[in-house]
Design a protein around this ligand. Structure first.
Ligand code: NAD
Ligand code: GLY
Length: 370
């Protein structure tokens, strides 16, 4: 098992990464969060796969454990879902107390929803993350950003609330659909672009193994990415500085997600995934960087070929630049009216924030996606 510590003073916590960890969630939760009751929050896909094992582990560690579920998928990451989960939690035979531990089991949607519920239930209860998608393992379960989407845009409602522990059982990836695996790889490629060119080269080299779900490669990938995310969060928990670099590809990506993701088929699961939108956002941001002389054309093309090698989109027809710009103006990342862009800073592996990217540059970059 590998351990990465997120160093946040008295709110520090460990991220445990290994095979078979689901069976130890109860014991680990007791060590990290204490309490006597626990509520597992999970989605309709993950519940039948892993909730029984997690609930049994919690019960084995002495918890009175319950499971509350919501319909899977980004279109359900809403306040209405949180309200329904509150109804379920308050109707439980064991009413929640301030020491009740929320256990977020599933992908980033479950983690963001459960974390937000934990941040607001009785004005805040402890929670732990048990991520089961690659994206949640390498990114969303670490760092304490929680929340839900609004019709006006992605993640516009939320709170910072750090988990007490993150327990990553890599065995759960065996059931993750390939499209979700690719979505998670987008955030790993992002980490390479903004922080670690050697990770990018490693992903490039291991793309076939990663796309095929090779266990050893995935274990190393998760550990390297958690270490990057933990270091960034430890340096800047509330996104006053360097944490903003994690938003690379997300400015245009979130806008694409708002039109092609959130509005997509909530019931059919036919919507563009978060990582796929981020991949497109990274391609567009790369184009802005090339036009500004911040990135060589060959580096931009190299990133596109790495994205394509792990089955991520690098083009999307039918995007409306003006519509995306309107959405970007409502994004959390807007400061004093300026859309703030993270761009590579003269090389892959380094990034900086730019507040002077013009509408024309953004529209040109979006046009490159067609
Ligand atoms: P998701 O939670 O919707 O999971 C993807 C799909 O995979 C879902 O259908 C889910 O039911 C299924 N699934 C998950 N684990 C599975 C498993 N082991 N086996 C079978 N199916 C499984 O989406 P995601 O890609 O995990 O996360 C995306 C979300 O994360 C977005 O809402 C994004 O905004 C958020 N996010 C948050 C942060 C943060 O810091 N809080 C960072 C990055 C992304
Ligand atoms: N995924 C962006 C962040 O955690 O800050």
């Amino acid at each position: 098992m590998r351990t990465v510590t997120v160093a946040l003073g008295e709110r520090s916590y460990d991220v445990l990464i290994g095979s078979g960890l689901l069976a130890a969630v109860g014991e680990r939760t007791r060590d990290a969060a204490g309490g006597r009751s626990a509520v597992v929050i999970t989605d309709s896909n993950v519940a039948p796969l892993y909730a029984p094992a997690v609930a049994a582990s919690l019960a084995g560690a002495g918890y009175v454990a319950h499971v509350a579920t919501f319909p899977a998928g980004e279109p359900h990451k809403t306040l209405a879902t949180v309200a329904d989960l509150f109804d379920q939690v308050f109707a439980l035979p064991t009413p929640p107390e301030r020491t009740t531990v929320v256990v977020a089991l599933g992908g980033g949607v479950a983690g963001d929803i459960a974390g937000f519920l934990a941040a607001t239930l009785l004005r805040g209860v402890p929670f732990v993350q048990v991520p089961t998608s690659l994206l949640a393992m390498v990114d969303s379960s670490v760092g304490g950003k929680t929340g839900v989407d609004h019709a006006a845009g992605k993640n516009l409602i939320g709170a910072f609330h750090q988990p007490r522990g993150v327990f990553i059982d890599t065995d759960t990836l065996a059931t993750l659909p390939p499209v979700e695996m690719a979505s998670g790889l987008a955030e790993c490629i992002k980490h390479g672009i903004i922080r670690d060119a050697s990770l990018l080269a490693w992903i490039e080299q291991h793309a076939p193994a990663l796309a095929a779900g090779d266990r050893d490669a995935l274990g190393e990938l998760i550990a390297r990415n958690v270490a990057i995310k933990a270091a960034v969060v430890a340096a800047d928990e509330r996104e006053g500085g360097v944490r903003a670099h994690l938003n690379y590809g997300h400015t245009i990506g979130h806008a694409i997600e708002a039109v092609a993701g959130l509005r997509g088929g909530a019931d059919t699961g036919d919507y563009l995934r978060h990582g796929h939108c981020v991949a497109l956002g990274m391609v567009a941001a790369g184009r802005i960087a090339v036009a500004r002389g911040l990135l060589g054309e060959s580096d931009a093309r190299r990133v596109e070929s790495i994205l394509a090698a792990v089955n991520l989109p690098v083009r999307l027809a039918g995007l409306n630049g003006a519509e995306l710009l309107g959405i970007m103006r409502r994004d959390k990342k807007v400061l004093a009216g300026a859309i703030r862009f993270v761009l590579p800073d003269r090389a892959l592996g380094r990034a900086a924030v730019f507040a002077d990217v013009s509408d024309a540059e953004i529209l040109d970059a979006i046009a490159c996606l067609s």
